[in-house]
Design a binder for this molecule. Structure first.
Ligand code: RAM
Length: 420
């Protein structure tokens, strides 16, 4: 069933200009087609609930570029489950997953609970497994509590891969990692401190550390204090990034200049809770910069800091469409007139497509998720065909690397507002 047709707007942009190279990448971020942005994808997700299970019979409909199809849950359908509904980041990953899968004749459905909890995901998974779905691709809300339901999937021969937020290596075939965890954590710290020091994005992600080292050498003020406004307290993906931030802060360039302790608050990827936590940062007045490694948290913090006309600066992981009121959008803007002068993310649509290609290869028996095992992703949209290879992930399971962090700043925001 075609639930949503999104008009492509014809603009083609390359995610290369300010890419942060991360050395270990076996894949590259690709050129991408500028399809309609997050709000339309959100509308598609909202319609998901209306998808009829009966639609699973017959051949999978083909999808045009930017078209989001939900075949509804049922036997033989590939399930994509995000942490919860109402999050454009999840909607965009599903857009890529669904479009890629339909381009190769597979059926998909987007199934996420209303609540961002382990229990809510487990209950949905249980029902989907009983229906005999073809596979499960999940972004988890926690690192425990899934064993029983994952075992049920395993016993039923339903492969599980995780994306964004990892599932236990005991049950997943592999994890689709958006970009290297250590890179994301390090770059977020570097960006936050550079922004606090009033330094524009140097135009190249790799140049951030050198620029920062020079700036900090001449810094003699009070130690800069960083705060993090995260998602859930147990969310694997954000906790991995926070650990990488703490590691980065051990580098000697920060010694005596930036407090090694991060003040952490959790908004559970809920706009209201994240707003309350951002307000707490403002009223406590202890931090100089907030890093929000969640697209929901960074929007809440942007709004709070802007309304309060606060001196606290902001960076993190955000969608350009949702951050345009809090960021510079033109090359001649003064970045420091905005609460968030620059931020990061990766190509979320492409990420979802890589997970689709992994599931297809698992179904065909050509990829088993082990280190060195590979799968092929066909070209789709402007993305070239590409091969991905399993490697050892930080939790000792395996992952495939889908991309690299990408910096959004005043020179490129306008290109992305209608895309992501
Ligand atoms: C949020 C989610 C997701 C995270 C992105 C950056 O939408 O918390 O897990 O990866 O932000």
């Amino acid at each position: 069933m075609v639930l949503k047709k999104i008009a492509a707007i014809g603009l083609t942009v390359l995610m290369t200009a300010s890419m942060v190279a991360c050395g270990s990448s076996s894949a590259t971020n690709s050129a991408k087609d500028a399809a309609q942005g997050a709000s339309d994808a959100g509308a598609a997700a909202a319609s998901t609930a209306a998808a009829a299970a009966g639609a699973t019979e017959g051949a999978a409909p083909a999808a045009a570029s930017g078209e989001v199809i939900d075949d509804g849950p049922g036997a033989g359908v590939h399930v994509f489950m995000f942490k919860s509904t109402g999050n454009s980041f999840g909607d965009l990953m599903y857009e890529g997953f669904s479009e890629y899968m339909h381009s190769i004749g597979e059926k998909t459905t987007y199934q996420s609970p209303a609540e961002t909890t382990v229990a809510a995901q487990v209950q949905m998974l249980d029902e989907l497994i009983t229906q005999g779905v073809a596979s499960i691709t999940i972004s988890t809300n926690g690192d425990s509590g899934y064993d029983q339901v994952f075992k049920k999937a395993q016993d039923a021969g339903i492969p599980i891969i995780s994306i964004d937020s990892a599932a236990s290596p005991d049950y997943r075939v592999t994890h689709v990692n958006q970009a290297e965890t250590n890179d994301i954590g390090a770059y977020l710290v570097q960006a936050a401190v550079l922004i606090k020091l009033g330094v524009d994005f140097p135009g190249d992600g790799k140049a951030m550390k050198d620029t920062l080292a020079k700036e900090l050498e001449g810094y003699s003020g009070d130690p800069i204090k960083l705060g993090v406004l995260s998602a859930g307290i147990d969310t694997p993906v954000q906790n991995g990034w926070i650990a990488a931030m703490e590691e980065e802060l051990k580098d000697s360039i920060y010694s005596g200049k930036v407090d090694p302790e991060i003040d952490k608050k959790y908004g559970n990827d809920d706009l209201t809770e994240s707003t309350t936590q951002a307000q707490a940062f403002v009223s406590e007045a202890k931090v100089d910069a907030i890093i929000s490694p969640t697209t929901i948290g960074i929007v809440a913090a942007g709004q709070v800091l802007k309304s309060a006309n606060s001196d606290i600066v902001l960076t993190g992981l955000g969608l350009p469409s949702e951050m345009q009121s809090f960021m510079p959008t033109k090359a001649d803007d003064n970045a420091f007139d905005y609460v968030c002068p620059y931020m990061m993310l990766w190509d979320v649509i492409h990420l979802g497509a890589v997970a689709g290609a992994a599931q297809k290869a698992i179904a065909d028996g050509s990829f088993d998720g082990s280190v060195g095992s590979t799968f092929h992703m066909e070209a789709f949209r402007d993305y070239p065909a590409e091969d991905y290879e399993g490697y050892t992930f930080s939790d000792n399971g395996t992952a495939v690397l889908a991309g690299t962090p990408y910096i959004f700043y005043k020179d490129n925001m306008a290109d992305w507002i209608n895309v992501l």
